[in-house]
Design a protein around this ligand. Structure first.
Ligand SMILES: [Zn+2]
Length: 219
């Protein structure tokens, strides 16, 4: 019965896709892509230094402020399964990230917990920054499935995130200069906890690059 239902849904979707033109998820104008060129151009990508209080990082960079279109796009990627939107952003991310000239040995993404990975099917950070991730194995594993931290106070975030990561024993950390990647920098609690673990395992210089930042933390 479920099989029939799925086939029926697929059939209806195919018919609707054929009859109705594709629309941009943001402005509803006609677009061949999920997000039209105009909406994509409206996102202001530039390399910025984030003013993050951290004893671990040499510098934390971000590419755009978490607002308007990028906020909506990120929500579609994370909660509505639009993986291909991350791929659309990848080219933009690369164009700006190339401006970074750092002495880096390892580039690695903040991991998501395996239960979230199972549900979403992909780690959005890895897809967004795919061209930068030349190392095959991630340096960190997420051992705790943390709830969304966006509305929590700094102390609560830190408590929840404590021991949320562990180092992947198959990777080399000691004396390496590492660039940590994430999708969003709010208070920096996630980056700081990941950095703390890496430093404990002998990492040398640490840098971070995130797709977006929440304004109050920018210089
Ligand atoms: Zn649009």
């Amino acid at each position: 019965m479920n099989g029939y239902k799925k086939s029926f849904k697929f059939l209806i979707k195919s018919i609707l896709d054929f009859i109705l033109p594709n629309k941009c998820l943001l402005c509803s104008n006609f677009s061949d892509n999920l997000v039209c060129e105009n909406c994509l151009h409206a996102v202001d990508f530039k390399l910025e230094l984030v003013d993050l209080e951290s004893p671990y990082f040499e510098a934390v960079y971000s590419l755009t402020e978490y607002k308007n279109h990028i906020k909506t796009i990120l929500k579609h990627i994370k909660f509505n399964g639009y993986k291909s939107l991350s791929e659309v952003l990848s080219a933009k991310i690369m164009a700006v990230s190339n401006l970074l000239s750092l002495d880096i040995n390892v580039v690695t993404a903040i991991p998501i917990h395996k239960s979230r990975l199972k549900k979403r099917g992909f780690n959005q950070v890895e897809v967004l920054f795919a061209p930068l991730l030349t190392n095959t194995k991630p340096c960190l594993k997420r051992t705790k499935n943390t709830p969304p931290l966006f509305n929590l106070a700094k102390e609560q975030r830190e408590k929840i995130l404590c021991e949320a990561f562990e180092v992947n024993p198959e990777t080399e950390i000691k004396d390496k200069n590492i660039l940590l990647l994430d999708d969003i920098c709010t208070s920096g609690s996630t980056l700081n906890e990941a950095a703390r673990i890496l430093k404990n395992h002998g990492a040398n210089k640490l840098y971070a690059l995130t797709l977006c930042y929440v304004k109050s933390h920018a210089k």
